[in-house]
Design a protein around this ligand. Structure first.
Ligand code: HSE
Length: 436
């Protein structure tokens, strides 16, 4: 058997500590699957982790010592963030080390340059843990579905956001209260706006889309809308219409290019994805040959994320004796000879819409609203009008439209908002049937 592979772990927090422990607990299995020993030879961490005793493993307070250690073959980056992590990964690559990372922001924002750099050095960067924690979705897209043309994918890829929306629906709890609990439970990012404003999901979506469609990582082009404005009222009206609100990351191949968008979305309540609750993640992928496939599991957490990191370590270790170009973690998206597919502007995207407005309780109001929509060629699929509450001069009016180009819908909504008989802004959310 070949000599053991030396692992250096940088960052001994939740994911790094979990990785250290899974590697030790499952050492025999990992060795058998890698075809050689896997040994943690160096840990870099600013402080000890009381939940992860490191025994005899050398620990450096300067993580760059790990990147410079000749005994390290694979550097595991679990420090998170972009600045130090990028410099660390570059140093490891330049020193001829392979990299395994759980860092979605790093891959989404700097991946193109890092993959180029790694290819020029003949080393790999593996990042299964960066998307949807323990769900092997990168492997599924890259290997299991390699024979398919991927048409679209839609995922619940932020556990914190899904936890918030699930609690709002199931228990009628308010947004702020549930977010505070998600932070206490340790699901949320250091900056929870990354979770609730969709930035974390956009990081993950762009990685999925790059593999699914073979396009460069284009984080800045993802349309991103968060869930902080989703109200209990909208959750309840969606339910009444037979839908659930989920914060989805959607990547779709359309006639005009690739759609990349993260936003609250109404999906039919009977879809499996609509029933993914709490902090769980799920990704639905439609391939031309296989049809729809669904991947479900823990999207965050110590050992689920470590599960993905260890799988990457095994993959990289198995490929060490092969030439770089023929290793399994094959990435096409940094190749400049591929045709560039444009990213579709959100104004050009077509979806159905949920609209909620406060209308004066007067004759003719409804007909003015429907006229504006019909003039724009937008038809109404469903409508709820509630009786006026005592003391209120407006009534809630909820509409579901058919599919319309977003730019057209926005104009029609501006027309509705300009009506004297409509008060305040029109709340709008996109609706996706997810049926093909
Ligand atoms: N904050 C992320 C989430 C952690 O809630 O899904 C995993 O990336």
């Amino acid at each position: 058997m070949s000599k053991p592979v030396g692992i250096g772990i940088c960052g001994l927090g939740t994911v790094g500590g979990g990785t250290y422990q899974v590697l030790h607990r499952n050492a025999d299995l990992v060795q058998a699957r890698a075809g050689r020993g896997i040994e943690v030879v160096h840990v870099g961490a600013r402080r000890d982790n009381p939940d992860c005793p490191t025994g005899d493993t050398p620990v450096s307070r300067d993580i760059f010592d790990v990147a410079d250690d000749p005994a390290v073959d694979i550097l595991v980056e679990t420090i998170g963030g972009c600045d130090v992590a990028r410099t660390l990964v570059e140093r490891a690559i330049d020193n001829g080390k392979h990299v395994v990372t759980a860092n979605k922001a790093l891959i989404a924002e700097h991946g193109n340059a890092l993959f180029e750099r790694a290819a020029s050095k003949g080393v790999d960067i593996a990042f299964e843990a960066a998307v949807a924690g323990g769900i092997p979705i990168i492997k599924a897209l890259r290997e299991g579905l390699a024979g398919n043309r991927i048409e679209w994918l839609a995922g619940i890829i932020n556990g914190t956001g899904n936890f918030i929306l699930s609690e709002m629906r199931d228990k009628g709890r308010g947004f702020e209260e549930v977010l505070a609990e998600a932070q206490q439970l340790g699901y949320a990012e250091a900056d929870p706006t990354f979770d609730v404003e969709g930035i974390d999901a956009a990081h993950k979506l762009v990685i999925l889309a790059s593999i699914a469609f073979g396009i460069p990582l284009q984080f800045r082009k993802v349309f991103t809308e968060g869930i902080s404005k989703v109200s209990l009222q909208d959750v309840a009206y969606a339910e009444e219409l037979g839908y659930r609100i989920k914060h989805l990351g959607i990547a779709r191949r359309s006639d005009s290019g690739i759609e990349l968008r993260v936003h609250p979305t109404l999906i039919p309540a009977q879809r499996l994805l609509a029933n993914v609750n709490g902090v769980m993640n799920a990704v639905l992928v439609e391939g031309d040959a296989v049809g729809p496939t669904l991947y479900y599991g823990a999207g965050a957490g110590r050992e689920p994320t470590a599960s993905a990191v260890v799988a990457d370590i095994i993959d990289v270790a198995r490929g060490l004796d092969n030439p770089h170009a023929s290793r399994v973690p094959y990435l096409a998206f940094h190749r400049s000879d591929l045709p560039a597919e444009p990213i579709v502007a959100i104004e050009e995207v077509e979806t159905a819409f949920y609209l909620r407005m406060a209308a004066l309780d007067q004759p003719g109001v409804l007909s003015k609203i429907t006229q504006i929509l019909s003039d724009a060629g937008i038809s109404i699929e469903a409508l709820i009008q509630k009786e006026p509450q005592p003391g209120a001069d407006t009534v809630p009016l909820i509409l579901l439209t058919n599919r319309a180009r977003e730019g057209l819908l926005v104009k029609a909504v501006a027309g509705i908002e300009a009506l004297e008989s409509v008060r305040g802004s029109v709340i709008r959310m996109r609706v996706e049937p997810l049926d093909g």
